[in-house]
Design a binder for this molecule. Structure first.
Ligand code: ADP
Ligand code: MG
Length: 696
């Protein structure tokens, strides 16, 4: 096995601090750092010098091109490569990157989703360098992270609003800190996204039209073995998987991505990678890169990486836990309760504001993770339910109960654990146990938002989270900045918030049957699919919070929600058309041929022995034939419904969610029943067993 010198190769493809320090003149370096660390506007006069240093470094790494790397509203990244060459008189060229080319680019924006915020003929869009996320060299190109805006200044990407939401939260948090006499230069949110994924063999994958076109299986009877043995979670890595993970880590480290934890997940063929947390905008970029690299590395190992939220029915789907906290540049984590949260006024106020924000804006928090893929997870007893609630754990739960319900609170002393064997060490025990079923769980010094889908951009939920918490901080600051008796008023304000928003706290099992009716009694939203969830973004009180915090304008907020619905409609349509194709061209002919063979055999047998027992064969023929007939009837219904989708994304998405999706489930039901009975020789594509258990 090759030995890696990780500290040496870590970040070797990144124009990081070490490279900047060694390639930039001192003054330029200092000026750039001020922009990165303290959010000061970039000094344009240094652009040429930085660009040149970046280019020289990139060329030394084998780069011939540069690209403004951006994140349009597609969950993917976009790039257009320009070479560094510049004619220099005579027949020669030089390699050049000017400050202007570093700072601004102009890709044609007309073919990216804009949600009607721009006429198609208005094509101008600009990419602007984001110096807070480092540039890197990949496959011969220098990648410059950028934000993407239109000619008229509307944001057309996921990064600009994310950065704006981080600025809003920075501003608002400093107001809160000031009340407590705490000064700092910058407050940043940090995120550690745990990424789940599936790996399937490439040869098997390529025989499934549904996987190729939609990323998930639209058909498939359950394999005889699923995840019931609970033996895959944390199980020993198979050699091919282990080699893949090693290659993946190595590649990610070379891009400066802090890949930390890797393990098998609950479902067969499912795995997870968790990085060490970092500032949110870098976490977003790193996660985009991680998803892309996972797919590429899998290809190198003869496998395909599936990032879809629900590639297989009947076993767990994939999510992305968004571990979120906020801290100052002086190292104070505002979500760290310390040993005595009951006496930590700042922490209690922050906690109360987060709880209030999550309760008030539960609709848009839920909507921020809504997609066709994620609809299969939320509410399917494997991911958190579609209802937003907050889990606080034993210690904080008891503390909040004491405030709201007047119960006694006995501060818990830190507990030491032991396994009861004298030789084994004594270790400190966390103050809270885990709760896997909560969508928004406090986990010691951070909140873990667990609803995000595996293929989604980390940006979306964080834009909402940062914005709504900033809003609540501003409301609190507004109130408390005028207070004459701060300590008393702050305590009273915190208690009031906790009382008003107590309904969103739920410290029990979110999968239990009692929770849905209980949540309904509490007046919590339960939007089970994208079509029902996204319209929360159209409500004026929800738009206002984005406008107030300077994150979206009214029209940007609306445009984004429209794109999300449009995307949902398009995704379901592609899935439906793929399903029709497979049902008509693969399943129907296969079942029909098998029934034909059974009939021919039966006729032949009967012609020799007239009273040959053949009840089973006859029954099989009848069942299969009626499955096929019923499936085709369901196909006809889906075709009719698809040809009659109303205009307008709201109406269309409603029709998709409530008519087309049930039609598709109906087709699948008959097809999967046929699969269970059909001869393996006739079944037209690999089964769940082939897909989930083929990797050795
Ligand atoms: P789990 O057991 O759910 O995997 P871990 O404690 O291992 O939880 O952490 C999961 C993720 O949370 C990691 O990516 C980790 O870096 C991240 N994380 C830890 N602390 C913070 C924090 N303060 N802010 C954001 N993310 C954090
Ligand atoms: Mg987790």
């Amino acid at each position: 096995m090759d030995i890696m010198n990780i500290p040496e190769m870590f970040g070797e493809n990144v124009f990081n601090d070490v490279v900047m320090r060694s390639t930039l003149p001192k003054e330029v370096y200092k000026s750039l750092r001020k922009t990165i660390d303290a959010g000061e506007p970039i000094d344009m006069s240094i652009a040429d010098t930085v660009a040149n240093a970046m280019k020289d470094w990139a060329v030394s790494k084998g780069a011939t091109h540069y690209t403004h790397w951006f994140q349009p509203l597609t969950n993917l990244t976009a790039e257009k490569h320009d070479s560094f060459i510049e004619p220099c008189g005579g027949d020669g060229v030089i390699m050049q990157l000017t400050g202007k080319s570093l700072i601004v680019g102009e890709p044609d924006a007309s073919s990216f989703p804009s949600g009607g915020s721009r006429a198609t003929c208005a094509a101008r869009g600009y990419t602007a360098w984001d110096p807070t996320s480092p540039a890197f060299v990949k496959e011969g190109t220098l990648y410059i992270p950028t934000v993407f805006v239109s000619y008229t200044g509307e944001t057309l990407d996921k990064k600009a609003p994310l950065l704006k939401s981080m600025t809003a939260l920075d501003r608002a948090t400093k107001r809160i800190l000031k009340l407590f006499g705490i000064e700092c230069r910058k407050v940043s949110t940090t995120v550690g996204p745990e990424q789940e994924y599936f790996l399937v063999d490439k040869d098997v994958y390529e025989q499934r039209e549904d996987l190729i076109l939609t990323g998930r299986t639209l058909f498939g009877a359950p394999a005889p073995r699923g995840q019931e043995l609970e033996d895959h979670y944390f199980g020993v890595l198979k050699p091919r998987i282990s080699e893949f993970m090693r290659d993946l880590d190595k590649t990610l480290w070379s891009y400066g991505i802090l890949a930390k934890t890797k393990h098998n997940e609950v479902a067969p063929a499912q795995h997870e990678l968790a990085p060490v947390f970092t500032t949110t905008n870098i976490a977003v970029d790193n996660n985009q890169l991680t998803m892309e690299i996972m797919k590429k590395v899998a290809q190198r190992h003869g496998m395909v990486c599936l990032l879809h939220e629900k590639p297989f029915e009947g076993i767990n789907g994939s999510g992305k836990h968004n571990n979120w906290s906020l801290s100052t540049d002086t190292g104070l984590n505002l979500l760290d309760p310390g040993e005595h949260p009951e006496g930590n006024g700042l922490f209690m106020l922050v906690l109360a504001c987060v709880i209030a924000a999550v309760d008030k804006y539960q609709g848009i928090l839920r909507a921020s993770v809504a997609s066709a893929g994620n609809d299969h997870r939320l509410g399917a007893n494997e991911a958190p339910p579609a209802i937003i609630s907050v889990y606080l754990g034993d210690q904080l739960g008891a503390l909040v109960d004491s405030i709201v319900l007047g119960k006694d609170y006995v501060p818990t002393a830190p507990v030491k654990g032991s396994i009861g064997v004298p030789e084994s060490p004594i270790f400190p025990i966390d103050s809270t146990d885990r709760n896997r079923t909560s969508p928004f769980a406090f986990t010691g010094n951070k909140f873990e938002f667990r609803m995000l889908g595996s293929s989604a951009s980390v940006a979306d939920p964080n834009v909402v989270l940062n914005t709504i918490v900033a809003e609540e901080f501003c409301v609190a600051a507004e109130k408390l900045e005028r207070s004459e008796n701060f300590r008393k008023d702050c305590k009273a304000y915190t208690e009031k918030l906790l009382k008003v928003h107590y309904r969103v706290i739920f410290n029990y099992n979110g999968y239990g049957p009692e929770w849905e009716p209980e949540a309904e009694r509490r007046g919590l939203l339960n939007n089970k699919n994208t079509a029902d969830a996204v319209p929360e973004f159209f409500k004026q009180e929800n738009i206002d919070v984005f406008v107030d915090q300077g994150v979206y304008t009214q029209s940007e907020a609306i445009a984004r929600a429209k794109i999300q619905l449009e995307n949902y409609v398009k995704t379901i349509r592609i899935e439906a058309l793929t399903m029709l194709d497979m049902a008509k061209k693969q399943i129907y002919p296969a079942v029909s041929a098998y029934v034909g063979e059974l009939c021919a055999n039966l006729a032949a047998k009967k012609s020799v022995v007239a009273d040959l027992p053949c009840a089973e064969e006859e029954a099989l023929i009848k069942t299969l034939a009626s499955c096929n007939e019923n499936m085709m009837a369901a196909v006809r219904k889906l075709e009719a419904d698809l040809s009659d989708i109303p205009e307008g994304e709201r109406e269309a998405s409603q029709r998709m969610a409530h008519v087309v999706v049930p039609d598709m489930e109906n087709i699948r039901g008959f097809a999967d029943q046929a699969e269970k009975l059909c001869s393996a020789d006739y079944w037209p594509f690999p089964t769940y067993s082939d897909l989930l258990f083929s990797i050795k």
